[in-house]
Write a new protein. Structure first.
Length: 251
């Protein structure tokens, strides 16, 4: 009898926490450039929602979109441009009524500290001293799409093709810069700041336009109230100092 009671208690002890944990985990699929600031706001949000645990899935916005399209579990989707969020809305992967824009950023041209290639501006990229230019893959990395837009506006996209070194996310391009594996690269201002002493920002790239971050609740979320709370929190005064400290601006 004693053994049967112990076994029953063990089953209950295992079953209840597992169910509770599953119900409280909030999966947020977010653009790679948001990695640090979302880590900063995680404890702030969790403090306001006892028992909730935010779990991040960070990658390029396009890759995250394709994950949602294939049925990957997520409660919140945050993109680094309008394109992928627009497509998510069109495919009803997210609830359009929950969509908001919570932050903006800017694209910059950055170099490894010391600037071995002596780059001064985007116009210098055609020179012989510049052989490797980091850029996110435009098809699924918003930073790359912004960079392509700028280079096309400057009539430089075609001529620079042989020099472009693709990155699977803006953070991969930042890694190239930090390690000095490229002569320059297109990253967000916040990523260049993240690079610290290893990276120098040369100039913003106005031709890229404003980098915009939309967020929405995923349609298949099983925790829509908590997901909505997180979406609202990102644009709240409580989260604003963390975003400002990382170099993001308000919409």
């Amino acid at each position: 009898m004693h053994r049967k009671l112990c076994a029953l208690f063990l089953v209950l002890a295992l079953a209840v926490p597992a169910t509770a944990a599953q119900a409280a985990d909030l999966i947020v699929s977010a653009a790679a450039s948001l990695t640090d600031v979302l880590k900063d706001v995680k404890p702030l949000f969790e403090a306001k929602h006892p028992g909730a645990t935010v779990v991040y899935n960070m990658a390029s916005s396009g890759d995250l979109y394709r994950q949602l399209e294939s049925g990957a579990p997520a409660d919140v989707y945050a993109s680094a441009n309008l394109k992928w969020m627009d497509q998510a809305v069109a495919k009803k992967l997210v609830d359009e009524s929950t969509r908001i824009t919570f932050a903006t950023n800017s694209l910059v041209l950055a170099v490894p500290t010391g600037n071995p290639a002596k780059v001064k501006a985007v116009a210098d990229l055609t020179g012989k001293a510049v052989g490797r230019i980091g850029i996110g893959v435009p098809e699924h990395v918003p930073a790359g799409a912004y960079a392509k837009k700028a280079l096309e506006a400057l009539k430089l996209w075609d001529v620079l093709q042989p020099k472009l070194i693709p990155g699977e996310s803006v953070r991969q391009v930042l890694d190239y810069l930090v390690r000095g594996e490229i002569d320059c690269g297109f990253v967000y201002a916040t990523d260049a700041k993240k690079g610290g002493d290893a990276v120098t920002t040369l100039a913003t790239v106005p031709e890229a336009g404003i980098v915009t971050y939309p967020v929405a609740v995923v349609s298949t979320s099983t925790q829509k109230d908590l997901a909505q709370a997180f979406v609202t929190f990102l644009a709240s005064p409580d989260a604003a100092p963390a975003f400002a400290a990382r170099g993001f601006s308000k919409p």
